[in-house]
Design a protein around this ligand. Structure first.
Ligand code: SF4
Length: 323
């Protein structure tokens, strides 16, 4: 149930200085470039786009695994981009991340018991016995067995490891979980099990998710709203059903046209994008999508389109919708 704003992101930027080559010391990679959106408590918000569009960097910057270059990150009304290291460490209990590669994100030298109790210990929560109880409890909740607590990560399958990664995030009872491509490293048969687990946990613990993925089919299934990113900017933001039924931005239209059809009678005209995603070091002028857009007009090459709210809902950054 959507009740109130949990997170508000205002003009967030993450620029990396270039430290080698032709542009050394002169320019920046604008990985996240003036991104704004807000998320309601209990909502699942999708961030989609091709590889290199800035969606993962946005996720990591929101919990300051990457330090923002500028902008505000208002979590429960407090700007967490200004918190000290220690204050942020305490706040991070409420903002957790689930990573793509469940194996790399689990310490291979620690047992599952240690992996699950450590976040509670670090945050000074509960007695040792209570932490052990919590670990056993969360193992059952994510569909694993307490008898597996003293095993090591390598003794589990990819799907089980992702369940452990999710358990480690949920054990702290966070408000917001940022899931960065949480199922893309898993077999298709396992993906839906992990997605169903995320949905079950959301209900049980009233979680809010930011779900980052390049897989539009998965995003359609799990999210309430979606933001589409291209070269560090949001180019379209809408309710999930509206975005999939009626994509407005030419980039969104192209992405969706490449999705496999769900029914043999369904016809879809595939839009083939010209060329590769341009380098974020030296992005095209005006609308950064203009080099690949079949609807490109003269204005598109010089003026950056603003993300505008449309009558009837949703927002789009495209000069086709200027009126
Ligand atoms: Fe295409 Fe112009 Fe819209 Fe950019 S602003 S997506 S180039 S029509």
């Amino acid at each position: 149930m959507v009740t109130n704003t949990l997170l508000q992101v205002k003009n967030l930027k993450k620029h990396y200085p270039i430290d080698k080559g032709l542009f050394k010391g002169k320019d920046y990679v604008k990985a996240v470039d003036d991104v704004s959106f807000s998320i309601q408590r209990g909502e699942t918000f999708g961030l989609v786009g091709e590889s290199g569009c800035g969606k993962s960097t946005t996720g990591r910057t929101l919990i300051r695994l990457n330090e923002p270059t500028s902008g505000q990150i208002l979590f429960e009304g407090q700007d967490i981009s200004q918190l000290s290291y220690e204050e942020m460490r305490k706040t991070r209990r409420k903002l957790q991340m689930v990573f793509q590669d469940p194996y790399a994100s689990l310490n291979p030298k620690k047992t599952i018991r240690q992996i699950l109790t450590e976040p509670l210990r670090v945050h000074g929560l509960y007695t040792k016995e209570e932490r052990e109880e919590k670990a056993a409890e969360i193992m059952e909740i994510v569909g694993l067995h307490t008898s597996q607590l003293d095993r090591y990560p390598h003794e589990f399958s990819g799907g089980q490891r992702q369940r452990i990664g999710i358990a480690r995030s949920v054990i702290l009872q966070p408000d917001l979980i940022i899931a960065d491509e949480p199922v893309s490293a898993l077999d298709v048969s396992i993906q839906s099990q992990v997605i169903n687990l995320l949905l079950k946990l959301q209900k049980e613990f009233n979680l809010t998710y930011i779900f980052i993925s390049h897989d539009l089919g998965v995003v359609k299934h799990i999210t309430d709203r979606v933001a589409v990113m291209y070269l560090g900017k949001i180019v379209e933001l809408a309710n999930t059903d509206d975005l999939y039924d009626k994509p407005r931005h030419p980039y969104t239209q192209a992405l969706l046209s490449a999705e496999p059809v769900r029914h043999p009678d369904e016809k879809r005209n595939r839009i083939i994008l010209k060329g590769d995603v341009p380098s974020p070091v030296n992005p095209p002028s005006g609308c950064t999508f203009h080099t690949r857009c079949a609807s490109c007009m003269a204005i598109c090459k010089t003026e950056v389109p603003k993300l505008r709210q449309l009558v009837g809902g949703g927002s789009v950054a495209c000069h086709l919708y200027n009126e």
